[in-house]
Design a protein around this ligand. Structure first.
Ligand SMILES: Cc1ncc(COP(=O)(O)O)c(C=O)c1O
Length: 360
């Protein structure tokens, strides 16, 4: 196998397939749909693999990602508000070819999307985004969700499809998540009931992140979940207790470029490779996990240098040695790569990051 130049991201196909199967089995067991968030891999090939493994559709965050992912699937949810004209127009145009749904939390977004759909002669499905405790986006109460649903229902060019929530704040170990998820369940149940009393139905109730995915059955009204990170996993997912190191499919190959400073080596992966994300805290904080040197910690990053504290390591790597690094948070790392390496049966194949840099 030829060794590509470092730093480079290598994806283990067998681990990806195992991760896809684990989640496909879980949703099948609980009668849920899986609508994976493609922001993690940004790749048409991976999206197709997810659909082949039984996904009901795909999730994106950006209109540009939706345009790319329409090559893989014909049922797309943008789990992110669209309010500006270029984004709404792009989605309305795409909705002529594939099913496009958008999660929104304001009348302004509903008006902007309705205008765009009317101009394009298409229909956009709407999920009302309700805040279930994360405090990022989402209408604040079931009553507000009803008011927005009624408004959407009156707009030409829009179709009210249901509800979206993102319990991203629920991050404890799986068993400790139960009270928070029961609260999410109660909020959704109240909202659906209110809609029903006013003659509105939520055919889709979309929830779920990777940390909560395997507890989704506790949120009884969900029809589908949207994990993204699960396809590759990363150190945040490992340290949260949601997977093991063996489940981390995406790993950087890096080269040790300096050991001049005592108790430290420098790898050729800085913030432009690993990003500034970290896992652990205080004495255990690190920007990456060195597979061959588990006691090492990536403590300091500049753009192209990763300073690795080797105090606790014996033996230590020599200059020129290759090391394997699992990043803290894989999704923004992938977005920094034009291509990654797909490793299957010992062979490496270039895999383009099709939706790389699609930020609008
Ligand atoms: C709205 C929304 N849905 C789903 C996801 C996927 O969650 P995870 O990254 O935990 O897989 C995210 C992650 O950012 C998100 O913002």
């Amino acid at each position: 196998m030829n060794e590509p130049a470092t730093p480079c991201l290598v994806i283990d196909a067998a681990v990806v397939r195992r991760n896809l199967k684990r989640y496909a089995d879980y949703v099948a067991q609980h009668g849920l749909g899986l609508r994976p968030h493609t922001k993690t891999h940004k790749s048409v090939k991976l999206a197709r693999m997810q659909l082949d493994a039984g996904a009901v559709g795909l999730t994106v965050a950006k209109a540009g990602e939706a345009q790319v992912m329409a090559e893989a699937g014909d049922d797309l949810l943008m789990a992110y508000p669209a309010v500006d004209r270029p984004r709404c127009d792009a989605l309305a145009e795409l909705a002529k070819k594939v099913t496009v749904r958008v999660a929104i939390d304001s009348q302004a977004a509903a008006e902007a999307l309705a205008d765009a759909a009317t101009r394009a002669g298409s229909t956009i499905g709407i999920l009302v985004d309700i805040d279930v405790g994360g405090g990022r986006t989402g209408v604040q109460t079931p009553k507000d969700a009803l008011a927005l649903a009624q408004f959407v229902d009156q707009q030409a060019g829009l179709r009210l499809d249901g509800i979206m929530c993102y319990p991203g704040q629920v991050r404890g170990e799986p068993a400790a998540q139960t009270p928070a998820l029961k609260q999410v369940d109660a909020t959704l149940a109240e909202t659906i009931d209110l809609w029903r009393q006013h003659g509105l139905a939520a055919l889709i109730v979309s929830g779920g992140s990777t940390p909560t995915a395997m507890q989704s059955h506790l949120v009884t009204n969900l029809t589908e979940i949207r994990p993204g990170t699960y396809v590759y996993n990363d150190m945040k997912i490992v340290t949260g207790g949601y997977c093991t190191l063996d489940d981390c499919a995406a790993r950087f190959a890096c080269t040790v470029v300096s050991d001049a400073v005592p108790d430290q080596v420098v790898i050729d992966a800085g913030a432009k490779t690993l990003t500034y994300d970290s896992f652990g805290s205080g004495e255990t904080l690190s920007h990456g996990y060195l597979v061959e040197y588990p006691e090492a910690r990536v403590t300091k990053l500049s753009e192209e240098h990763g300073q690795v504290d080797m105090t606790k390591c014996d033996p230590r790597p020599r200059v020129g040695e290759r090391v394997t690094v699992i990043p803290a948070h894989i999704c923004p790392c992938v977005n920094l790569q034009d291509q990654v390496w797909w490793k299957e049966n010992g062979e490496l194949e270039a895999l383009r990051i099709d939706a790389r840099g699609k930020l609008s």
